[in-house]
Design a protein around this ligand. Structure first.
Ligand code: IMP
Ligand code: MG
Length: 187
């Protein structure tokens, strides 16, 4: 698996340190508000798991699954809700937990949709921000790292459902996603 990675962009160590800082910040900002953390599946599962352990105030968690990419590396701009929240969010302080904001189309749709349910507040915390690819403006309230315009995997992020279990963020070799399925190395 590691031989499919061109370069490590964010090491395990750096992830850990930055997520601790985010946890402290969020704990201060949301004190006595019982925030509802909305994890966008599947990419943000690992970030949520580590981030919540660094947040030292009471909170609640729910999950939402969305599809945009359908196996490719470019955003289709079409957002489909595969699994909606189980929790009503009216009057709640909602904090969306996302893996990466790329074109911004996904987070634009999700925040618009959730806003119609009258939450008290709605903010976005993304691990990665690929800011130079933005097509629509999205308010990123918290982010871990900005990343260049390269396809990244690991720490929850996938290419065709693989590489999510890498403990770091790495750049995927171009030959893996440009060459079609027969080039995918199954190791
Ligand atoms: P957006 O709608 O273009 O902002 O795309 C956001 C979604 O695309 C993210 O939630 C990811 O699932 C996926 N995505 C965007 N860039 C990457 C990447 O470099 N690696 C893996 N997934 C990505
Ligand atoms: Mg995602």
């Amino acid at each position: 698996m590691d031989e499919d990675i061109e370069e490590i962009l964010v090491s395990q160590d750096k992830l850990e340190r930055r997520i601790k800082e985010l946890g402290i910040q969020i704990s201060e900002d949301y004190i006595r508000r019982l925030p509802l953390l909305v994890c966008i599946l599947r990419g943000a599962f690992m970030f949520l798991a580590d981030l919540t352990r660094e947040i030292k105030i009471p909170l609640a968690i729910d999950f939402m699954a969305i599809s945009t990419y359908e196996g490719k590396t470019e955003s289709s701009g079409i957002v489909k809700i595969l699994k909606d929240l189980d929790t009503p969010i009216e009057d709640r302080d909602v904090l969306i937990i996302e893996d990466i904001v790329d074109t911004g189309l996904t987070m634009d749709s999700v925040t618009k949709l959730l806003s119609t349910r009258n939450p008290k507040s709605i903010k976005l915390c993304t691990l990665l921000d690929k800011a130079e690819r933005r097509i629509v403006k999205v308010n990123v309230d918290y982010y871990g790292f900005t990343v260049p315009n390269k396809f990244v995997v690991g720490y929850g992020l996938d290419f065709e459902e693989r590489y999510r279990n890498l403990p770091f963020i790495g750049v995927l070799k171009e030959e893996i996603y440009k060459g079609g399925n027969n080039n995918i190395n199954a190791k």
